[in-house]
Every structure is written in structure tokens, then in C-alpha cells.
Design a protein around this ligand. Structure first.
Ligand code: ATP
Ligand code: PAU
Ligand code: K
Length: 257
């Protein structure tokens, strides 16, 4: 079975793929100090608790945080006796082209989303991922990653207001009833929520105009449904998009060996 690991700047997700479906998914915070042994204690405890008996023989990693990769390599080697495939590193071939400025290190999560989007929905896509940052990945007709947009994440925007202004509290995102807030929290939620609706609409419209072809908009990440509920911004929502991309890239590389 395959263990797929998606490390974001905030959270790391582990999923076990049995060849047909994901039989389990667990989430932990991303901490570069965590050792191989700590990963194993955490993972084996959860597997035991949920009575999951998986014979893990393959590991694939996508990490937006370079420092965690070393310990995840040790983890795969020590506990599953396998060399992991690491997206964006030597030994990992992508099934799609990457057409960006020379020397640009595209976030591996964006490459994985591109592969997943093309595999599931075909070419000419905008993939919107609501993580620490909100990214828009543009997928060409042939599946190539051809660039995109990086915007501050939703929670990051709220946190930045709180950090920078003494009188602004810590606030969670929600869909406000009105645009005109009548208290501080409602004003902040309105700014970020409706500001984000505008940001998504404007960026997608401009990408479509620049690309000059019809495009589907695919969303992923926990916050996508919140925005979709206010306006039909996305053609599809797929919460497992990144994990699906890791499975596709793993199969592509194991075949190529
Ligand atoms: N309604 C909601 N209100 C506030 N936060 C939410 C809501 N729904 C989901 N979330 C948050 O969204 C997060 C899931 O997003 P996702 O996994 O895509 O990004 P992340 O793990 O936070 O970022 P990264 O991948 O960059 O580490 C969860 O951590 C959760 O806290
Ligand atoms: C933009 C993030 C932080 C989103 O997770 C990640 O994809 C990243 O660190 N990217 C590197 C720069 C780039 O993708 O062009
Ligand atoms: K993510």
C-alpha cells in the first residue's frame, strides 16, 4: 500500500491508499523539528486505534517546507524500508510539463494539484487551493503547469489584521450576514470574506481572458465550500485533490522505474 504525505506550511496530511481508495487520512501540524521516530509513534498509534492493518510498501511526499523532507525520508526508510518519491526532487518525474521562468522553484503542492486536476478534469483549468496561501494554478490544454497566482491565505489575512492592529481581536472566518458590519468582528469578517469573493472572481476572470480559452475552475481546501456557498465561483470542489495527485505521480514513477 501507498502512504501519501502532503506537507503544507501549516498542516501535514497522511493518507493510506490501498490501490483503489484512501482507507485512512490523518492530519498533524507541520513542525520541522519532528523526527522520524515521532512520526512513527504518532502514525502507528492512530493506525492501531482505528484497527488499520496496512502493509505500507511505498511512500510519496510533497512538501512546501524543505526542512521536513530529511526526517520524512528517514521515516520511510527506517519504518517501511522504502525510498520515498519526493515531488520536485531528483528521481521524481512529472506526467506534465512545467512552463515557467527558468530557475523558478514552483511549490510542489501546486505541481501535484496540476497533475490531479488534469487527470480528473482534463486541460484548461484553474485550480484554486485554500491553504496557508491561496494559490491559483493555471493548467494548459495539454496539462502543463503554466503559472498562476499566490494570494495571502484567508486565515493569514485575518491573523495579519490581529497581529498588526492593537484593537483588532483574533477572529475566525465565517460568511457574514451583511456587508456593513456593526461591530469589530463583523467588520473584519466582512472585509476578508467579501474581499475574498471579489479576489477570486477578479483573478479567475482575468486568467480566463489572458488564457483566451474556456476554463474550468476547480477548488480544494477546507475553506472552498464557505465561499461557494455565497456565490457559484467554482465548477467543481474536490477535497482530496492533492492526495489524488500524489497517487497519480506515484503510479507514473513506479511504472517508469
Ligand atoms: N469553516 C471554517 N472556518 C475556519 N477554518 C476552516 C473552516 N473549514 C476549514 N477550515 C480550516 O481549513 C484548514 C484546511 O485547509 P487546508 O488543509 O487546505 O490548508 P492548511 O492545511 O491549513 O494549509 P497548508 O496546506 O498550507 O498547510 C483546516 O486547518 C481548518 O482549520
Ligand atoms: C505558495 C505556497 C506557499 C502554497 O502552499 C507553496 O506552493 C510554495 O511555497 N510555493 C513556492 C513558490 C511558487 O510556487 O512559485
Ligand atoms: K494544502
Amino acid at each position: 500500500m501507498l502512504l501519501a504525505i502532503d506537507c503544507g506550511n501549516t498542516n501535514t496530511v497522511f493518507s493510506i491508499w490501498d490501490g483503489e481508495r484512501f482507507i485512512a487520512t490523518w492530519r498533524t501540524s507541520t513542525e520541522w523539528q519532528r523526527t522520524a521516530d515521532q512520526y512513527y509513534v504518532w502514525l502507528s498509534t492512530l493506525m492501531h486505534f482505528q484497527k488499520i492493518e496496512a502493509d505500507i510498501t511505498e511512500v510519496i511526499v510533497s512538501s512546501t517546507v524543505p526542512r521536513v523532507v530529511f526526517n520524512l525520508r528517514v521515516f520511510a526508510d527506517r519504518y517501511f524500508n522504502t525510498r520515498p518519491i519526493v515531488v520536485g526532487k531528483d528521481g521524481c518525474v512529472l506526467p506534465v510539463d512545467v512552463r515557467v521562468d527558468e530557475g523558478t522553484a514552483v511549490g510542489p503542492d501546486r505541481l501535484v494539484n496540476t497533475v490531479a486536476g488534469y487527470n480528473l478534469y482534463g486541460g484548461d483549468l484553474i485550480v484554486v487551493d485554500f491553504g496557508t496561501a491561496t494559490t491559483f494554478d493555471v493548467v494548459d490544454t495539454d496539462g502543463a503547469y503554466i503559472g498562476g497566482v499566490i494570494a495571502p491565505g484567508v486565515n493569514l489575512s485575518l491573523e495579519a489584521l490581529h497581529q498588526a492592529a492593537a484593537a483588532l481581536p483574533h477572529v475566525d472566518i465565517t460568511k457574514p450576514q451583511n456587508v456593513i458590519g456593526t461591530n469589530t468582528v463583523a467588520c473584519m469578517q466582512s472585509g476578508v470574506f467579501w474581499g475574498y469573493i471579489g479576489l477570486i472572481k477578479e483573478i479567475c476572470a482575468r486568467i480566463k481572458a489572458e488564457h483566451g480559452r474556456d476554463m474550468k475552475v476547480i477548488s480544494t481546501g477546507g475553506l472552498a465550500p464557505l465561499f461557494q456557498q455565497a456565490e457559484a465561483l467554482f465548477d467543481e470542489f474536490n477535497d482530496d485533490l492533492t492526495m489524488h495527485g500524489l497517487v497519480v505521480i506515484n503510479e507514473h514513477n513506479r511504472k517508469n522505474i
